[in-house]
Design a protein around this ligand. Structure first.
Ligand SMILES: [Zn+2]
Length: 302
């Protein structure tokens, strides 16, 4: 069965692939509108927008490689200028994310400040939430690494489930963010669908080929992601599978916000009230919701 052609640059796209001779699976991701829409909702300073774009890109690859029905979340919590970053991806491909940071502390750092300087000490959490009837999976590791990819690799080393290799790039051009990642996964032997064993030499070969990919190639507008995968891995037989198209879409709604508010004690609601109403802003998409106490009482009665 033939899969669809990869779109040209500027489209948000996730391409699952397999390197046949090496028995390695992967995901190639390019984001532009998704990260643009999400970062522009907040007018983040450049270092924060860049980091969040990288988080979105890596999250798209990680979520696509997981089998789940629900929400995958990648989160950092740290003591530095950027206190919190959250990205979540639903199994339908809806993505959202936001960052909490100290604007003055970020402004005091150079615009190309590294992840350790922006975040400081903290942790990285992977969560898969598949709804009330199933157990929530959460893995947490210390933030160790010079960049986001090293921090994510540290997670994989700790969890010992599988090895992963990444090539990640993000750039802002004309006020728009473009990013890409290629992720390779060496899966535990029992999980492999291919007969080929992934030996150490094959893994090293794949990682060397991946390392030969430049940031320019990863973001090259004249090179589709499939052409790039072919260029990198054609000697070992790269095979691509049906692609996915992620979207920037928040899950907040007046109903959801209302039900959260109704769960709070009445005295607490009264304290939150200003000028006769409660205003709630969604941290992800900046949407504002306004309720009066009477609205909340009325909705509960119906
Ligand atoms: Zn929202």
């Amino acid at each position: 069965m033939r899969v669809e052609a990869a779109p040209q640059a500027g489209a948000d796209f996730i391409r699952p692939f397999q390197i046949e001779a090496l028995g390695i699976r992967g995901r190639a991701v390019r984001l532009s509108r998704v990260s643009d829409e999400i970062t522009h909702k907040h007018a983040y300073p450049e270092p924060v927008a860049r980091l969040l774009t990288e988080m979105l890109t890596v999250s798209a690859a990680l979520a696509s490689a997981l089998k789940y029905e629900g929400v995958f979340t990648l989160q950092t919590k740290s003591e530095g200028a950027v206190r919190l970053m959250v990205v979540d991806v639903t199994s339908d491909g809806d993505m959202r994310g936001y960052a909490q940071f100290d604007a003055e502390a970020v402004a005091a750092l150079p615009s190309d400040a590294s992840l350790p300087r922006l975040l400081g000490g903290g942790y990285l959490a992977f969560t898969v939430d598949q709804g009330e009837s199933t157990d929530r999976y959460q893995g947490i590791v210390e933030l160790i690494g010079a960049d986001l990819v090293e921090c994510v690799q540290h997670y994989f080393q700790q969890s010992e489930q599988l090895k992963a290799g990444f090539k990640l790039a993000a750039v802002q051009q004309g006020g728009h963010w473009h990013s890409g990642v290629i992720m390779l996964q060496r899966l535990p032997r029992e999980d492999q669908s291919t007969a080929a064993e992934v030996d150490d030499d094959s893994w090293r070969r794949a990682i060397t080929l991946l390392a030969s990919c430049t940031s320019k190639e990863l973001l090259d507008e004249d090179l589709t992601i499939d052409d790039l995968l072919y260029r990198l891995f054609h000697e070992d037989g790269v095979r691509v599978f049906k692609g996915e198209t992620p979207r920037a879409k928040c899950r907040c709604s007046a109903e959801r916000v209302g039900s959260v508010l109704r769960a709070l004690p009445r005295t607490e609601l009264a304290e939150l009230e200003t000028d006769g109403a409660l205003e709630v802003t969604c941290e992800f998409c900046n949407s504002k919701y306004r309720f009066t106490l009477a609205d909340l009482d009325h909705d509960q009665a119906t």
